[in-house]
Design a protein around this ligand. Structure first.
Ligand SMILES: [Zn+2]
Length: 366
């Protein structure tokens, strides 16, 4: 059972019962901090929780409403006049209202989905200036004025400084929620003016439960939860079109590495190196195929993740039965994913990684 708060309170957010209880008590006592920082690892539902909290505060009957009233629907569409939502944007999108509308509609569609943080994504000063103006207006409906700043650590220095004035003297009846997986990148002055609300890693049971809610079968939910590293990433990725494309590309890449066909590998490079998020997603999916190959070779085929590709994995595992080499290739890709952000030229980076991987698989020293 959850803690001592109504069952509809932040009901869509998995786990985090201590946080929910603390927030609910603060609301009951009229002591909700005017600026909160939802912090914790990626893919824990921090942004979704921020929206849920605002929905609760603005709903005329939150205990009984299932998110269907006018207020709740406006909030779900990010269309409520009392709520300002700011998300990081690439510099190409920043000044194009129709592109921004596209981004916001995808955020509204799935507030859990992780942002694919491109190198040039940021929260610029114009967005914060607009927030400053809007939060100072009086609320159109009960429950105050709200602003949510997603991935607030991506504020530019100018934006952060412009934001400080609002944080120093928050307008009456206004509330701000910042979310961040990298709070160390926030200005100390922002950290000191906001109340930290910590999100914790999720248990396997919670993750499996979330997967089932998202339509996974019992077995799929268990597999996804096993693969998860304390957060919802595998489930959120599994329903993401971009991720599915990356997975298909990774499957071709992984198979080509074992076919020892350099030309097939090099044909894939431009597709994999399209941009940083694609490279990262393809490399991560490649790692999952490599892990599955290794699981076959070490006699644990029931633990594989890419269940739908079982036969192909079995074939490749039998053809190139060198578990140590595969373990080294996994290390190579793990390191590459970490180093990715340091390489502005992804294509060269992808080629270098692919060549090293082929050498390791062939048993050559690199
Ligand atoms: Zn409602």
């Amino acid at each position: 059972m959850s803690g001592s708060f109504p069952h509809r309170f932040l009901a869509d957010i998995p786990g985090q019962s201590a946080m929910k209880e603390m927030l609910f008590r603060a609301i009951e006592n009229g002591r909700l901090p005017s600026t909160m920082l939802f912090r914790g690892g990626e893919c824990l539902g921090k942004f979704a929780a921020a929206l849920e909290l605002v929905r609760w505060m603005k709903c005329p009957d939150p205990v009984n409403c299932a998110g269907t009233c006018h207020s709740c629907r406006l909030i779900a569409n990010l269309d409520h006049p009392d709520i300002e939502v700011v998300v990081p944007l690439t510099t190409e999108v920043e000044d194009k209202p129709n592109k921004i509308a596209e981004v916001m509609s995808s955020v509204a569609k799935n507030p859990f989905a992780p942002f694919r943080l491109d190198k040039n994504m940021r929260i610029g000063i114009d967005a914060i200036r607009e927030l400053n103006q809007k939060i100072a207006l009086s609320a159109a409906t009960e429950g105050g004025r709200w602003a949510i700043v997603r991935d607030a650590d991506l504020m530019t220095l100018d934006a952060a400084n412009a934001f400080l004035k609002t944080l120093e003297e928050p307008p009456e009846n206004s509330f701000i929620i910042l979310t961040s997986s990298r709070p160390d990148y926030l200005l100390p002055t922002i950290l000191s003016r906001s109340q930290a609300i910590q999100f914790l890693r999720l248990s396997r049971a919670r993750i499996a439960e979330f997967a089932r809610l998202k339509g996974a079968s019992e077995q799929e939910a268990e597999t996804l939860a096993r693969r998860a590293d304390g957060n919802l990433a595998p489930i959120l990725n599994a329903e993401d079109e971009q991720y599915l494309k990356a997975k298909a590309l990774a499957e071709d890449f992984w198979a080509a590495l074992f076919d020892r066909s350099e030309s097939a590998v090099f044909d894939l490079v431009p597709l994999i190196a399209k941009n940083a998020p694609t490279t990262k997603a393809v490399f991560e999916a490649t790692i999952s195929f490599l892990r599955d190959t290794l699981l076959f070779q070490t006699g644990n085929p029931s633990l594989i993740i890419n269940i739908d590709k079982k036969e192909r994995i079995a074939g490749i595992a039998a053809k190139s039965n060198f578990p140590k080499r595969i373990a080294r290739t996994i290390n190579l890709f793990d390191e590459s994913v970490k180093d990715l952000r340091f390489f502005p030229q992804y294509d060269l980076f992808v080629i270098a990684t692919a060549i090293s991987a082929m050498k390791i698989i062939r048993g050559e020293t690199i």
